[in-house]
Design a protein around this ligand. Structure first.
Ligand SMILES: [Zn+2]
Length: 572
């Protein structure tokens, strides 16, 4: 074996590189692309090259981004050509907060989103049952608090009127309160004497003590556990439908914040069959009161098994409080509409802090659901403590939701490197937000409602998602809301806390490169750059150029995940 002196090797390197470039320029030795996307307005999210015309893909990755002639040179006999027709091309969108299997099941159940009043709900239930006469249980979701008057809680009587003998169980749009009819309460064995479970409330009639049918937080488990479980085949078919739904809306990756850890093996099965078309980043949902050895076993086992581009299970989700609408979000000061309430933490702060420090030390990424300003502060304190103890690895802990925040805590996101994972559509200023949420929070806290711009201006990184099935996973309505802080009809006219409006580019970043950063994958995803995974979408309209109130109507024309065409709208 001949050993060349290092100097000789280094000197001949530029020569070799030169030779390769020459043959490339002459059109030889350029391996043809598998797919080229041409005639696009390509917004890359790469600051070195913000706009381009075309993209070339090979073996699931981006191999070139540039102008038309440059990419055309990579067209070979077998190259699939996608003509974007001058439309906007973006990196694939990431939904940074989702409950994927729940969302997937919701596609086949009663949808109560947007229902105006109990009569409207009854109408939808009747329609559903005429199409699904055989269902033993009637399940659905999406009702909101505002339709039930000042009490803002549903009552079993509306359901009993139409379903005296069949159990009905309906999830509120936010997943924190459920609504059961008398039959469902009876099947679950909930009687006057049944005690409230930890972190849950069986809402009762103040006079009789009977359950009203409203079940807050963990009280819903009492009913949920008696509902017949879907089979493996039913779960797989729901997940396939969910993947299609996500791809149709431009989603190429999700960050799952609970409920999907239990079905990791189903995602794996789909992958082996070639049916996985959404990349899954899945958090283990850690319940209070403490981190147990069996939790650690489950977390470490899953992380060892799933840690690639398609399925990754290296995150843990905590939930430290509830929601503002039902006064379960933990606040520093009492609720404005009821001074006897402040919400309370689901975790004992010292237990939470210890669990955060231990999991952070192991290099797991942490998600904490925190909605009230006390919840947010508790999470920041625990993350600060973990940083001081475990030092400066690339940790990127996250807080999910952050519906309101104390002014003093805003700069702590940037300072501590904590990611703000927020859901623009939750701030949608309809009556649920303006009449119930804002009434409960009061004007001072409402002035810092969904304060993404303040957090971003102070150096915090934003990541956006939906919390599907809490709201639709369609991200375009979220983009519109973050930009306008108004309803689709332009209400309120001045905007809901309008100083928190973001630009279209900032919001896209929160769903693409910011989202990839929030999932610790910005080196391989989040922008259209050479070497990154070929996840991209083509849109029906250029959202940079239109009236922002029309962004929500955007349709996805094409979705590519890992160089595979997973969705193509039918052409008219
Ligand atoms: Zn959630």
């Amino acid at each position: 074996m001949k050993i060349y002196p290092l100097r000789v090797v280094l000197q001949s390197l530029p020569l070799l590189l030169c030779a390769a470039l020459i043959s490339r320029a002459q059109g030889r030795m350029v391996e043809p692309a598998d797919i080229i996307v041409v005639h696009g307005r390509v917004y890359t999210e790469n600051p070195q090259q913000p706009w381009a015309q075309a993209v070339a893909i090979q073996r699931g990755k981006i191999v070139a981004v540039g102008d038309e002639p440059e990419i055309e040179r990579m067209r070979g006999m077998g190259t699939k050509v996608i003509n974007a027709g001058g439309k906007l091309v973006l990196p694939g969108f990431v939904d940074c907060h989702i409950h994927f299997i729940d969302g997937s099941f919701s596609l086949g159940r009663v949808n109560l989103e947007g229902a105006k009043d109990p009569a409207d709900i009854q109408k939808r239930l009747r329609e559903y049952i005429s199409e699904h006469p055989g269902d033993d249980w009637i399940l659905g979701r999406g009702w909101n608090y505002a339709m039930f008057g000042p009490e803002a809680l549903p009552h079993k009587k509306y359901l009993d009127e139409i379903f005296p003998n069949r159990p009905v169980f309906l999830e509120g749009y936010d997943g924190h309160t459920y609504w059961a009819n008398s039959k469902a309460l009876a099947v679950a064995g909930i009687v006057r004497e049944t005690a409230d479970p930890p972190n849950g409330t069986i809402v009762r009639d103040p006079k009789t003590g009977d359950a009203t049918g409203a079940l807050k937080e963990s009280a819903q488990d009492l009913v949920a556990k008696v509902i017949p479980k879907p089979s493996r085949a039913e779960k797989l078919s729901a997940l396939s439908a969910g993947m299609k739904w996500a791809n149709e809306h431009g989603i190429t990756r999700v960050h799952s914040a609970g409920g999907d850890f239990e079905v990791l093996d189903l995602f794996d099965e789909m992958r082996q069959r070639g049916d996985l078309s959404v990349r899954m980043y899945v958090a283990y949902f850690l319940n209070p009161p403490e981190l147990r050895p069996q939790d650690l076993d489950a977390i470490e086992h899953a992380r060892k098994k799933f840690h690639d581009d398609w399925i990754d299970a290296s995150a843990v989700k905590f939930m430290v409080d509830g929601v503002v609408e039902s006064h379960t979000a933990a606040m520093l000061e009492p609720y404005s509409d009821d001074p006897s309430l402040k919400g309370k933490l689901f975790w004992e702060p010292s237990n939470y802090k210890a669990a955060v420090a231990e999991l952070d030390k192991r290099g797991l990424q942490l998600f904490t659901h925190a909605i009230g300003d006390y919840g947010v502060r508790t999470a920041l304190d625990a993350y600060e403590n973990a940083e001081a103890r475990n030092h400066n690895r690339d940790r990127r802990p996250r807080i999910e939701h952050i519906e309101t925040i104390n002014t003093a805590d805003i700069p702590r996101f940037g300072k501590l490197g904590v990611i703000a994972s927020m859901q623009p559509l939750h701030s949608y200023p309809d009556s649920d937000t303006l009449d119930v949420w804002a009434r409960n929070a009061g004007p001072d806290r409402a002035s810092r409602a969904w304060a993404w711009k303040s957090i971003s201006d102070a150096g915090g990184r934003l990541a956006f998602g939906s919390d599907w099935p809490v709201v639709t996973l369609n991200p375009w309505e979220g983009v519109q809301t973050a930009v306008t802080r108004q309803t689709a009809e332009g209400q309120p006219v001045a905007g809901f806390v309008p100083d928190q409006r973001l630009t279209v580019a900032q919001v896209i970043d929160g769903y693409t490169l910011g989202a990839a950063f929030a999932g610790r994958r910005e080196k391989s995803e989040g922008s259209l750059e050479i070497g990154k995974l070929a996840d991209l979408i083509i849109l029906s309209q250029n959202i940079f150029d239109i009236d922002p109130h029309k962004i929500g109507a955007t349709k996805v024309v094409t979705t590519i995940v890992g160089g595979r065409l997973v969705y193509q709208a039918e052409t008219k």
